[in-house]
Design a protein around this ligand. Structure first.
Ligand SMILES: Cc1ncc(COP(=O)(O)O)c(C=O)c1O
Length: 471
């Protein structure tokens, strides 16, 4: 049928040509990017950089520490271009369905099971696995499936109450309220529920996030009893962000490739479900909302997991952990000199994956403004450091908290660190110490590597710089 056997050549040449466009290590050109006057895709610069090759820093620009965009893993994928790239022919899985009417790649499912068994972070034996467009879609599918109102069920007198412990991931409330279902309502904090649970007339759906977004703590369900169902959001239960004390073995667990490999844009997550009826309800939800996850996405994730599983995942998790642990250590060092701001406390813990006690490496800093007058911490950080975090009140907490994202690119993190260092140095007791201290904030900005030309090399070296903590 095919004219030639080397039909992948033009695609490969095209992909490599785009990859070789230099954006000074502060940006990237993509195959589907806008074309410049020379007919080549233009560089898309990291924030706070501009210019045709992203080499110009934008002075005093706003540092965005808001989103949890997990770009910290990009250098790993640049290094593993060969094992993670694939060819997508025009006829790849055009059908609505896989063989037998399934919407799911069995091979991908097998790889997910293998990954959990290698990492030891979840028990998948005898469980059902369902795919979704990120954890975001699966969260709502799970709330839907666990809510009281179903054909065949006795009609319940009130909607299921969706609860989470403060501070909680804001999307739980936003999504539950957005869908305005008759079957469930967001009901706020689990702690306030604990004493006043109305067991007789209400069912509860408790969302448990472990490790937690925003504070990185490992969490357990708070409520219990026959009228409570739980959803465990384990988006961050990977060695990048936490020690893995034991495999999770919950009724309904949600994972996402976003925080595992960093491919947030692929929109891929999976749920591991014990109960067949719940699995069926979630499957119906997927059928009626999107008819499953795009086959292109499933193919890509399969390729990525194969690359991760080479060498039993050691290399990616080592890179991820070292990067996050270093970022946390640097930030903590800066804040240790502060009386005005504090960070959450995280313990060292035994990790069954790395088989040792390891230090914390959270995805976010949960920062508190300690001064009585600094009630609006978001504003304090915004106006004094020009850093925009995420407002504590969105997590159900006081406004004297703000969340800072630590998972973005190395450029983003370097800028955040520089600004936080300057912020802490402004404190009266530090100003005295600072005199005669030749440490200049711009040293942390990371422009010292302009002479290195190849963009892949630059960001890889940058990310591996000063990595002294072992797995
Ligand atoms: C706790 C938690 N759950 C779910 C998600 C969403 O993940 P996904 O990109 O798979 O939709 C996030 C993303 O930040 C998260 O922090």
């Amino acid at each position: 049928e095919l004219e030639r056997s080397n039909w992948t050549k033009t695609a490969a040449v095209e992909a490599e040509a785009v990859a070789s466009i230099s954006c000074s290590g502060h940006g990237r050109a993509f195959l589907d990017g806008l074309l410049g006057v020379d007919g080549k895709p233009v560089c898309e610069c990291n924030s706070c950089f501009k210019g045709p090759d992203c080499s110009d820093p934008i002075p005093n620009c706003e540092v965005d520490a808001d989103s949890g965009d997990p770009m910290f893993l990009e250098p790993f994928w640049l290094k593993h271009a060969a094992s993670s790239s694939l060819v997508l022919p025009g006829w790849h899985r055009m059908s609505y369905e896989f063989e037998g009417g399934s919407l799911i790649s069995e091979e991908l499912k097998n790889h997910i099971r293998r990954l959990h068994s290698v990492v030891g972070n979840a028990n998948t034996d005898g469980r059902f696995i369902i795919f979704g467009a990120g954890a975001t879609q699966l969260l709502n599918a799970a709330v839907h499936a666990l809510s009281s109102d179903h054909d065949g069920d006795a009609p319940s007198s009130s909607p299921s109450r969706v609860v989470a412990s403060i501070p909680y991931y804001p999307v739980y409330r936003e999504q539950t309220e957005f869908f305005k279902s008759e079957a469930y309502r967001f009901h706020g904090d689990t702690m306030s529920m604990k004493n006043e649970m109305d067991y007789l007339s209400s069912n509860y759906i408790e969302l448990v996030t472990s490790p937690n977004n925003p504070d990185g703590q490992l969490k357990k369900a708070v409520l219990g009893g026959a009228s409570v169902k739980t959803i465990h959001d384990l988006a961050y239960y990977w060695p990048h962000f936490t020690a893995i004390p034991a495999p999770a073995d919950e009724d309904l667990m949600i994972f996402t490739v976003s925080k595992l490999t960093g491919h947030a844009g692929s929109r891929f997550g999976w749920a591991i479900v014990k109960d067949e009826a719940i699995y069926q309800r979630m499957s119906t939800y997927m059928s009626l909302s999107t008819y499953g996850v795009p086959r292109e996405t499933q193919l890509r994730v399969l390729k990525l997991l194969k690359a991760v599983l080479e060498g039993e995942g050691k290399e990616m998790f080592e890179f991820g952990y070292k990067t996050m642990a270093n970022r946390w250590r640097k930030l903590r060092k800066i804040f240790s000199a502060s009386r005005r701001f504090s960070l959450q406390d995280l313990d060292h813990q035994y990790c069954s994956f790395s088989k040792k006690i390891r230090g914390p490496s959270p995805a976010f800093a949960w920062m508190k403004c300690e001064r009585e007058e600094d009630k609006e911490c978001f504003q304090v950080v915004k106006s004094t450091a020009n850093v925009s975090g995420r407002h504590g009140s969105l997590f159900g907490s006081e406004s004297r908290y703000v969340r800072l994202s630590l998972v973005k690119s190395q450029d983003d993190f370097n800028l955040l660190l520089e600004r936080m260092e300057a912020l802490v140095q402004q404190e009266p007791h530090n100003k005295k110490i600072q005199q005669g201290n030749e440490r200049n904030a711009s040293m942390t900005f990371g422009f010292g590597h302009h002479f290195l030309q190849h963009p892949d090399l630059v960001s890889y070296i940058n990310s591996y710089k000063s990595m002294d903590e072992d797995m």
